[in-house]
Design a protein around this ligand. Structure first.
Ligand code: C5P
Length: 239
């Protein structure tokens, strides 16, 4: 059993604690919510516990499909034990349906099914506002090797296939989602961060109701209820 030690990092939605095992850290999911690069701030009551449980379900699913992730085990309501990684400062966004910034960028109506999966790279840098970047930018900034980019892109495509099928079974559309990867002490590239309604767009397949952080970003109300609904559809039990 890894013993929790001092906090090494606090992000917008999570805290990370060292443990007595140098290869493992504990992620503590917070209720804090931010949007628009931290300009909009709030709290979603119960979000930390729900995202911890939702992300655990997704990580276990992906591990069972052979995708290497940082997930080790779920420790408590808000705590997850994960492998310590050096995060690659690139956010990969995978899109199946036009929404959000893509709908704006290419002028397609939100909800348009994309004829092909779109994969985008963003530079993970708060000061710059996480800008969209291409392979030349990644190369000149030395953010990842061409092999790592190819591996991340291939894993992202596989993850999309597995998540889409799993969610379709729960009458949910996977509109788009963001992934982060990290390199562990042994040099393995692992899926890291989280997969949750904070980082994905989930729509009800029939009504197209938004069941994700867009309810917070766009002031649509019933934010907590949307996260609870996702957890319930994934098989979780709420009081
Ligand atoms: O805003 P945009 O349309 O580019 O977001 C695409 C997807 O990536 C959404 O599912 C959103 O929740 C996620 N995302 C994220 N963190 C960011 C930016 C986007 O989780 N910093």
């Amino acid at each position: 059993m890894a013993v929790k030690q001092q906090m090494m990092y606090e992000g917008k939605a999570k805290k990370v604690f060292l443990t007595d095992d140098p290869k493992l850290v504990i992620v503590d999911y917070k209720d804090d919510a931010t949007a628009f690069n931290g300009e909009k701030k709030g709290q979603i009551v119960g979000k930390g516990a729900l995202n911890n449980r939702i992300a655990s379900i997704f990580f276990r699913l992906l591990e069972s499909k052979g995708i290497p992730t940082h997930y080790v085990e779920t420790l408590s309501e808000r705590e997850m034990l994960v492998k310590k990684v050096q995060i690659v400062p690139i956010e990969l966004v995978v899109r199946n349906i036009a929404a959000g910034s893509l709908a704006k960028r290419i002028g397609w109506e939100e909800g348009t099914i994309l004829p092909k999966v779109v994969i985008e790279f963003y530079y993970k840098d708060d000061e710059l506002g996480d800008p969209l970047i291409n392979r030349s930018h990644i190369d000149v900034l030395n953010l990842a090797t061409p092999e790592q980019i190819a591996d991340m892109e291939e894993m992202a495509r596989q993850i999309n296939i597995h998540l889409k099928a799993f969610l379709a079974d729960k009458n949910l559309l996977l509109v788009d989602f963001k992934l982060e990867f990290g390199v562990d002490a042994d040099g393995n590239l692992l899926l890291a961060d989280e997969i949750s309604p904070d980082t994905c767009r989930f729509w009800d397949a029939d009504t197209k109701e938004k069941l994700d952080k867009d309810r917070f970003r766009r002031d649509l109300g019933s934010v907590e209820q949307a996260y609870e609904e996702i957890f319930r559809r994934l098989g979780g039990v709420t009081q």
